[in-house]
Design a protein around this ligand. Structure first.
Ligand SMILES: [Fe+2]
Length: 261
């Protein structure tokens, strides 16, 4: 049984609506963040349930999932971008907002600590070593749940009719001649590829699939395969000499995970 966080969900919906109303330009990117948040919360619920977390930890995980991107609205209003490098760290801004709005005042001290840490850490490339166990678990739930929904967003976008939105593809050129060797190497070696090594949209398809190596829970790995987004993103790659080996290796990985159930 999952904990009831409906009061937090109600606050979040009202907050998102209030922030949206302050936007004088196109509010569509904020709508996408609201949809993303609810999908991440759904993913987190599945993980907490299948991992059989104790109720207090499950509650912290769900709150962290709900609030992980709370800063996206203020970030967009202020800077009109979701790129942290060009604006602010949205994980840390989220922590500030949660404190300012006293969102966790009704929770116990342990829950508050876990939620704030997981929100603040959710967008780091890697988690710091030696986190308290429950904080680490909650951070992994949010990070896995977040990545699974980014796969959905990217598959829906790259599977649709072009041209691609520059914002969604991180301003990368859709040029099959441009390949990031470090990204392809990471894929073949079973490591997560780094954003900094991306050269093209095709590299991005590869990078998204390398997230499989960073999925922390069996339930996340299962969903990674079952959702079908990862596979479709790979199938969009050319089977040429450059991308063929990484494409085949990653597809085989998905098939293997499938066979293992
Ligand atoms: Fe985020």
């Amino acid at each position: 049984m999952n904990p009831d966080i409906s009061q937090h969900e109600e606050w979040f919906a009202a907050y998102a609506a209030r922030e949206r109303a302050r936007e004088h330009g196109d509010p569509a990117p904020m709508d996408l963040k609201l949809k993303h948040t609810m999908a991440v919360l759904d993913n987190a619920r599945r993980m907490a349930e299948s991992e059989g977390f104790a109720p207090a930890l499950a509650r912290a995980c769900l709150l962290a999932a709900l609030y992980h991107d709370v800063a996206r609205f203020e970030q967009y209003l202020r800077y009109h971008t979701f790129r942290d490098r060009e604006s602010c760290n949205h994980g840390l801004l989220g922590v500030k907002i949660l404190k300012r709005e006293a969102r966790l005042a009704g929770e116990d001290a342990a829950t508050r600590k876990i939620v704030l840490a997981a929100v603040g850490l959710h967008n780091r490339f890697v988690l710091p070593a030696h986190l308290p166990r429950e904080t680490e678990l909650a951070a992994h739930v949010v990070r896995d749940a977040d990545k699974l929904d980014i796969l959905r967003v990217m598959d829906e976008h790259l599977g649709g009719p072009g041209p691609y939105s520059p914002t969604v593809v991180l301003n990368l050129p859709d040029d099959p001649a441009l390949a990031g060797q470090a990204v392809l190497r990471a894929a073949l070696e079973g490591r997560v590829a780094a954003y900094a090594d991306l050269r093209s949209v095709n590299d991005f398809r590869v990078l998204l699939n390398t997230w499989f190596f960073d999925m922390h829970f069996a339930a996340s790995r299962r969903q990674f395969v079952e959702d079908g987004h990862a596979r479709r993103l790979l199938e969009g790659l050319p089977s040429n000499a450059v991308y063929g080996p990484a494409r085949a290796a990653l597809l085989a990985r998905l098939d293997g995970a499938d066979a293992r159930g």
